[in-house]
Design a protein around this ligand. Structure first.
Ligand code: GTP
Ligand code: MG
Length: 336
């Protein structure tokens, strides 16, 4: 948006420079800004993001998901320690659909990632609370750009695997990593097929002590299941690995697979294509969300909507006709 870059006020320019300089407090303030729904904040956030855009895109973006209790927080803590040990700068963002509903946040997770929270090479930002999944996803996408501009070269976006949030996360990252339990057979099928299809890498965690044989069996089952699915891209076949966050085992193999994925995708030109597709889908989702909001706020529409909804429920008119009337009211005559 060249119009918003031109209009960068001096406070925003200061914020931009502080973020480019990697200053944590400026980054935190900027993320708070993109999380705000206030009109003037949205404008300023837009200008800031436009000014930072050339400095974005350099990180490897990893989505991590898995059912409640699978070991996400423990894994990210261990893997994060491993990555920062290699010299990487790691940012962890979270999408928590339950916090979108309850208005709570997963601050609890920050305490379960104690060492990482104190690690100077890591930055953890809990899920923005409140709002729809669409809203939370948009703010997370923008936070991702901000942490990239601040110099973080690995970004993990975590989500609890309970619903549509995985799809949202998979559509903003390069690689989607699914964590699984050391269980096999029917237990394994707690992972929904739709979620398995999103995975570029499956890691059976807790592969330590007495759980090692079960973890290996689970990995074999998962390999079989993945083998029967159509790969997301011709450049990469999803892999299944085992690891233990507690014992710190297998983390190097996980990182090796992530780098292998990245190289295969970049070599085939698929990474650029993936990110371009994600950006254009995000555009149209925002247009849809914006239109739906404007429609709901339109003074003439609300009253009519209530009436039409009642008539649709009563079977007096079809949803199609009712929708046409609403759009006519919203767009004015000739607009629909
Ligand atoms: N043995 C073993 N236990 C683990 C490992 N990783 C996690 N756990 C245990 O599994 C439990 C759940 O771990 P969390 O990291 O909190 O799991 P989570 O997926 O973040 O859970 P939610 O945030 O509630 O969805 C805890 O009791 C951990 O101690 C591991 O590598 N080995
Ligand atoms: Mg957790």
């Amino acid at each position: 948006m060249s119009d918003s870059t031109g209009a960068l006020d001096s406070a925003t320019a200061v914020l931009r420079d502080a973020i480019l300089g990697g200053q944590r407090r400026a980054l935190a303030r900027a993320i708070t800004l993109v999380e705000s729904t206030r009109g003037d904040h949205r404008k300023r956030a837009g200008a800031l993001l436009a000014a930072l855009l050339p400095a974005t895109g350099r990180a490897i973006r990893i989505g991590i998901s898995g059912p409640p209790g699978v070991g996400k927080s423990t894994f990210i803590e261990a893997f994060g320690g491993f990555l920062t040990g290699l010299g990487h700068q790691l940012a962890v963002l979270a999408i928590d659909p339950s916090s979108a509903r309850s208005g709570g946040s997963i601050l609890g997770d920050k305490t379960r990632m104690e060492a990482l929270a104190r690690n100077p090479r890591a930055y953890i930002r809990p899920s923005p609370s409140g709002g729809t999944l669409g809203g939370v996803a948009r703010r997370t996408r923008e936070a991702l750009l901000l942490v990239e501009a601040a110099g973080f070269d690995v970004v993990i976006i975590e989500t609890v695997g309970v619903g549509q949030s995985e799809t949202a996360v998979a559509d903003m990252v390069d690689l989607f990593l699914l964590l699984a339990q050391p269980a096999s057979g029917d237990d394994l099928q707690g992972i929904k097929r739709g979620i398995m299809e999103l995975a570029d890498l499956v890691v059976v965690t807790k592969a330590d002590g007495a759980l090692v044989p079960a973890a290996n069996r689970a990995a074999a089952d998962l390999r079989l299941a993945l083998h029967l699915m159509r790969p997301k891209t011709p450049a990469w076949r999803p892999q299944v690995l085992t690891a233990s966050a507690v014992a710190g085992a297998g983390l190097d193999q996980v990182w090796g697979a992530i780098q292998g994925f990245r190289a295969a995708m970049a070599g085939a030109g698929e990474l650029d294509q993936l990110r371009r597709g994600q950006a254009s889908r995000a555009l149209w989702r925002e247009v849809q969300d914006g239109l739906a909001d404007a429609l709901r706020r339109h003074p003439g529409v609300a009253a009519l909507a209530a009436q039409l909804e009642a008539r649709v429920s009563a079977g007096e008119i079809t949803p199609g006709v009712a929708a046409e009337r609403l759009l006519e009211r919203f767009l004015g005559p000739g607009g629909a």
